[in-house]
Design a binder for this molecule. Sequence first.
Ligand SMILES: [Zn+2]
Length: 475
Amino acid sequence: MPLDKKTISDINSKLKNNEVDIVSSQEACCVFCRSHFSAREVSDWNTSDTEVTALCPRCGMPAVLGDATGYLLSHEELREANLSIYGLDFMKTHPDAMYTYLERYFGGKISKKKGNEDLAIRYLEMLEEQEEPEAAFRLGLLYAGGADFLKPDLHEAHKHLSRKCLWGDPGALTHRGFIGMLLADEDSKHEKKMREEAFMDFCKAAALGGTMARIFISDCYYHGMGVKQDTYLGMQILYTLFAEQYPWFYASRGSDARDIGAICFRIGNSYESEGDYEGALHFYLIADLAFRFQKESDPDSFLFFGEKDELEKRLEEVARHQGYKTADPIFDESTFYASFQYGDEAPFVKANPDGLPKHFLDAVYNEDESTISFTMCGSKQAPLIIDTQSLFCDFVEGPIRWTFSGVEMAKYVRAGHFDTVKGTFKDCIILSGEKNEERYDPMTVFFYETDAPSEEETEEEKEEIKKEGPKKPLA
Ligand SMILES: [Zn+2]
């Protein structure tokens, strides 16, 4: 016998705040996913101050009906109740119910089955019809990257990201521009127009505060896509972004990676194309670290999916070219330089003055071997150590013992009073501090560079420096 309206309404009211019903039931069923199970299987509850509601052990929805309510529904009755309570007509007017399902489905709490995924997509489409921006964006991402059962479809993705409700959304505009560029690759007839439109998408997104969009604008200028080529401007945009974001990356010990991976990957690329493999590795290693911190759930992950693979390849190739292998870092002067003063104007120091170690202990200067060893400590945070030769880049905790070779002279002077010595940073180190009976007091290391060019610098290189171009210093 079909269930009447009153019965349906009664069943619906018993799905909420039903703790007493469920604990005193033997059998139970779920009006949402239409499954039967023992009431003892219910172990998850939605609890608030006003209600305790059972969650289905199969699908996770708050739709459990226990037999203690007096209802023991047959399969046919369950189907009927399901269509009456959770039919599309009901859902259309109850967006919160759709959101509950979506949250649980994409949160991995509902089993990954084609039927469940189809339902999630159907709900997203219904929400999108109501111009819900979140749903339209979600659909765009789903079609861009594909899902468990959904094949990627860039045209479809572009369509969803073009919904009116997303016109002012920087994330959606960035993704639409990115997908627009991919579609332009395959459409020689409309390529030019599509690229120009994609470039405009990036500009709009950047104007709305999207930083990934600024990275893509730099790509557009660098490669001349959708806009007149201007490699200088392309690099300048990247260096500006680096100076903005690196301090956050450093201060958060990588957990706030933002777009540092994408930025460093590109800077590394430009170094590599100029034949500066050491510089390329330096930035590739930072990019690799930053990408490792990026979460899979990051809504931007579609944008650098290809980049992570490409980075791996570039890293491997450049490391092989240089003959470097993965190893523990060696704390020598080149690592120190790479970690704290890399670049012509020490951009890392400028970008992050707190990252620069200032105190050193237990310095031992060996005049015969021209080495000096000291322990670095007391910096406010674990420093980011970069040793390209060991392909190492990570934040290192605790005191670090450094050994520099080729040290011509070292002086220890009380803090606040220090001498200067002539030489380049490699052969000159001045420490301030004073030896007491057991050990040296905290000291400060100063690197001192004379105006005289180092012997390694050729005439050709000096010419190169004079030439105009994007300034390497990333400050
Ligand atoms: Zn269920």
